[in-house]
Design a protein around this ligand. Structure first.
Ligand code: FES
Length: 106
């Protein structure tokens, strides 16, 4: 198990990237809920962000790939615009214990 951070370390309507053991993930907090995805665009398999912790569009309403601009729903990672329309980001399961967000290390 890998402890990513404390739930309060991710402000509302923002995203944060994490790297460990060759894994790249990111978390988005919206309406007090946390969503975690693998940092890999279904279009070309590249990382979505070009700047640290920047995974959202200008309105912080959707997840955006910086390479070709694909847009994904924060709630389920489904692509709603762009070259991978209809495909989905890979969800990462997590648990929160004493405020610490933890994911499986595999
Ligand atoms: S690599 Fe993400 S939209 Fe093309």
């Amino acid at each position: 198990m890998i402890k990513l951070c404390h739930i309060d370390d991710i402000p509302e309507d923002s995203s944060k990237g994490f790297e460990y053991n060759d894994h790249s993930l990111f978390a988005v907090k919206k309406d007090g809920q946390l969503f975690i995805y693998k940092n890999s665009c279904p279009h070309l398999g590249v990382e979505l962000n070009w700047q640290e912790d920047q995974f959202l569009d200008m309105d912080n309403a959707l997840i955006q790939c910086s390479t070709h601009g694909a847009l994904f729903l924060i709630e389920d990672g489904q692509c709603v615009a762009g070259p991978c329309l209809g495909e989905q980001l890979q969800t990462i399961a997590y648990t929160i214990e004493d405020g610490m967000v933890t994911v499986d290390s595999r």
